[in-house]
Design a protein around this ligand. Structure first.
Ligand code: HEM
Ligand SMILES: [Cu+2]
Length: 833
């Protein structure tokens, strides 16, 4: 028998064995899927459906604005429609589309078999679906949010928006955001830890850098928004006056918290798309990306800078001149790293031997549109011009040029580029080119005109305008343009369907790309790679056509099925040396059930059934604990063979497995959240005019100091338990002491909250209430962590070698002590007589 034949047979056997382990069950079992390929596709498909809904709303807006005095939709519905259009596009389309894209592609680009926390991926998807559905149902029921996608107060405060509309935004979007935050943590950990052996951090494909920076931006950008949403919901539901200027609050606090998120958000949308461009251009230019390192630096610079720009959305609210000058200059500055990327793309094309294909056509359109949007962006960053154009259709034109040029067109290019990977078929391209010209022409017709109507003074967010204004002809052209664009999207959809039905099949790598995702079979099997590649060069200089068959034959790492385990490799963050075998969880309904319970909790809050909401909350907690039942091992294992002559321990036996990193980044997000809260407290104390210097409540130090001591004790006991575990001594007493100390801290904090009196009388009390409640929550969760450690120990899941569960708990106990101390310090300063 010849060698090729044996190899083919053995690779088929390997394929069967791995499929048996990795494939989700059929039928209803699909709901239990946790695999990144499946969930990634679901994310993208769902995001696309939301895009269609959002686009439909955009068409309705344009239909209404086509002529003056139109009677098509009245003001109340118009308000809901433009608010939902913006909300859907930003939160339910752009971000989830990026998440789905990352979830589908990342492991394949990095040479891994899945993301680090597959059940979390699935949970995130269900949360997104349910949260998004709440918003759509509200739209159909006519109670959708109607105060603009940035939900400014006081318009969206209780007195001016008494209905349920704003609550739906606050709760529904927070639901979706929490899932995005968990995706961000998962993306960071997967990029840092789950790569092919030998893929050092300097060898990562450029996309991984973009996604890493984006995920970090989400880690820092979303907590302020989540905090703002919670505070506003607390104000709406319980009258805590954080934003009410008559009781020491300040509407501008909302704007700061919102734009602290909102400005980075546009880069969170733009960067993944730019990453896709940086992957596609080298393929079509047949030349590696010019200035790979400069691009990485530029992307990081964008990440940093974008957090210093939020005030440029607030130039007209009346802020000091110096601040205006600073934020204006800083806003102009982001043009530099953006230009670095543009020049790198141009240089790549110039140095290569460019080949033309449909994705390149769409990229060309993206360049033109994005550059125009960038230019109007620099205009808007100039304060005097901003005062003129603020809240006119000029801004609407600018934002669509940036979003469509920076996200939608690259996404269309990426669809043509990567869809063959998903389907295993090549696009037909028969209607792709006319579709492009309709889209490109229609887009410019729609939005270029808006610069003019804006300069002529047409405000945004008005449902109609008088004929005397003289804007009719422009608006009509703009509306016609939007229908041309819609025809383009329809043609694009037809093109995709044609590809799915009639596209030519191919085996792998149709574009002759040089990155790893093309080394999988197409469509990819659920385990992505039958064995994992060894990378000895930069990951954009590989040869998928050679690597692919080798991996399929099981010649790489982990090229055999073992114990029915879903395995992938964990590597050293910097060097990419293999460190551990990461054993991933099997398909399960738990994420779905947990998301359902979370949704029930959100609905309880929405309908103000606060007492009832305890039930789903406890169910959520219980289900999360149930997730951990199947993880870990009851005995220490020998190192496992991973390749001829090489072994590595299972992940629960190493010092810093993915879960340890996940906890670190969760605490980072928690820290950002806390810092935003402290910022809010300081902001109100310093800026708000109606802030009594002395008549605030007095924090009782006889309660505060013991609370700090108890929280510190909990942290010490937690660390002590770890030390005892590592030296093989019994540790139950230490953990019980830890839980007890948390309980004491919590009780003291609650006592202080009660002693505070009515938190609705003044923002001073409301902020102290928020600080104390945040600290109490940390103590309560600390008790759960201690109990969890105790339960793991009783179940025999801990040993000196398997200590990570306990060390994760100890991280929380430490963080909780810091939070309690700082919160009480701030509360005490604010309450000093
Ligand atoms: C599909 C074609 C689209 C059309 C015809 C369209 C049309 C419009 C119009 C006319 C407005 C102004 C509403 C007003 O001021 O009353 C608007 C606002 C907005 N659009 Fe679009 N749009 C489209 C696509 C997009 C995309 C792809 C995004 C983002 C990814 C987006 C994000 C927004 C946002 C954030 C607003 C501001 C909403 C607000 O003021 O609350 N749009 N759109
Ligand atoms: Cu901005």
């Amino acid at each position: 028998m010849d060698e090729g034949n044996t190899r083919a047979r053995s690779s088929i056997r390997l394929h069967k064995e791995l499929s048996a382990i990795w494939d989700a069950p059929p039928g209803w079992g699909r709901l239990a899927a946790v695999n990144h390929t499946t969930i990634g596709k679901r994310f993208m498909l769902t995001a696309f459906v939301f895009f269609l809904i959002g686009g439909l709303l955009g068409m309705l807006i344009r239909a209404q604005l086509a002529t003056s005095g139109s009677a098509f939709i009245g003001a109340p519905i118009y308000n809901q429609i433009f608010t939902m259009h913006g909300t859907i596009m930003m939160f339910l389309f752009a971000i989830p589309m990026f998440e789905g894209f990352a979830i589908y592609l990342l492991p394949k680009m990095l040479g891994a078999r899945d993301m680090a926390f597959p059940r979390l991926t699935a949970y995130g998807y269900w949360c997104y679906l349910f949260g998004g559905s709440i918003l759509i149902v509200a739209l159909l029921a006519g109670v959708a949010p109607n105060g603009g996608w940035f939900l400014y107060t006081p318009l969206n405060s209780q007195p001016y928006s008494p209905g349920i509309n704003a609550d739906i935004w606050l709760l529904g979007i927070t639901f979706v955001e929490i899932s995005a935050l968990s995706a961000a943590i998962e993306i960071i950990v997967s990029i840092l830890r789950l790569r092919a052996p030998g893929m050092s951090i300097e060898r990562m494909p450029i996309m991984a850098w973009y996604l890493l920076v984006t995920a970090f931006m989400m880690l820092f950008g979303f907590p302020p928004l989540i905090l703002g949403s919670i505070l506003l919901e607390l104000e709406r539901a319980f009258d805590l006056p954080f934003f009410d200027p008559t009781r020491g609050g300040d509407s501008l606090l909302w704007q700061h918290l919102f734009w602290l998120f909102g400005h980075p958000e546009v880069y969170i949308i733009f960067l993944p798309a730019a990453g896709a461009v940086s992957m596609m251009i080298p393929t079509f230019a047949r030349h590696e990306l010019v200035g790979y390192r400069s691009v990485i630096l530029a992307v990081m610079a964008v990440g940093f800078l974008s957090f210093g720009l939020w005030v440029h959305h607030m130039f007209t609210v009346g802020i000091p001149h110096l601040a205006l000058a600073f934020f204006s200059a800083a806003s102009g500055l982001v043009a530099i790293p953006t230009a670095v990327q543009l020049f790198s793309w141009i240089a790549t094309i110039a140095q290569g031997r460019p080949r033309f294909d449909v994705p390149m056509l769409y990229l060309g359109g993206a360049f033109v549109v994005f550059i125009l949007g960038g230019l109007t962006g620099v205009m808007l960053a100039m304060v005097p011009f901003n005062f003129q154009a603020h809240d006119t259709h000029f801004v609407v034109a600018h934002l669509h040029y940036v979003l469509v040029g920076g996200f939608v067109f690259p996404l269309l290019a990426a669809t043509y580029y990567w869809l063959p990977h998903i389907t295993g078929r090549m696009a037909r391209h028969s209607v792709s080119v006319p579709a492009f010209w309709l889209l490109f022409g229609g887009f410019n017709l729609t939005f270029f005109i808006m610069h003019l109507t804006g300069l002529l003074g047409m405000p945004r967010r008005v449902w109609t305008y008088p004929e005397a204004a003289g804007w009719d002809i422009f608006n009509l052209i703009s509306s016609v343009g939007s229908f041309v664009m819609a025809a383009g999207f329809a043609l694009f959809a037809v093109d995709i369907v044609l590809q799915l039905r009639f596209g030519e099949r191919f085996r792998r790598n149709p574009w002759r790309a040089r990155t790893l995702e093309w080394a999988t079979p197409t469509p990819p099997p659920s385990y992505a790679f039958a064995s994992l590649p060894v990378i000895s060069d930069r990951a954009d200089r590989l040869d998928p056509d050679r690597i692919g068959p080798e991996l399929a034959a099981g010649r790489g790492y982990l090229g055999a099925a073992r114990n029915g385990w879903m395995e992938t490799l964990g590597v050293d963050i910097a060097s990419g040396e293999p460190r551990e075998v990461v054993i991933l969880p099997r398909p399960t309904y738990l994420p779905l059930f947990t998301a359902l319970a979370t949704g029930a909790f959100v609905l309880c809050l929405l309908f103000k059934a606060y007492a009832l909401s305890i039930v789903p909350l406890l169910v959520v907690l219980g289900l999360f604990l149930a997730w951990t039942v199947s993880s870990g091992s009851r005995r220490d294992l020998e190192d496992l063979p991973i390749a001829p002559g090489k072994t590595a321990p299972p992940h629960w036996q190493v010092e810093r497995p993915p879960s340890w990193w996940a906890m670190s980044f969760t605490l980072t997000a928690d820290g950002v959240f806390f810092a935003s809260l402290l910022f809010g407290v300081l902001f109100l104390r310093v800026v708000s005019p109606d802030w009594p210097a002395s008549q605030g409540p007095v924090l009782d130090l006889r309660l505060a100091l013991p609370a700090i001591a108890a929280a510190g004790l909990a942290a010490l006991a937690g660390r002590h338990a770890v030390r005892r575990l590592l030296s093989g001594r019994p540790l139950a007493v230490a953990l019980v002491a830890c839980a007890g100390a948390h309980l004491a801290a919590m009780a003291l904090l609650v006592a202080m909250i009660v002693a505070l009196g009515d938190p609705t009388v003044h923002a001073n009390r409301a902020t102290i209430f928020a600080l104390l409640a945040f600290a109490a929550l940390h103590a309560a969760l600390g008790m759960i962590f201690a109990a969890f450690g105790l339960w793991r120990e009783r179940s025999g899941l801990l040993s000196p070698a398997r200590s990570v569960d306990l060390r994760i708990g100890a991280m929380w106990h430490g963080a909780s002590a810091v939070v309690v101390t700082i919160a009480l310090l701030f509360a005490w300063i604010g309450s000093a007589p």
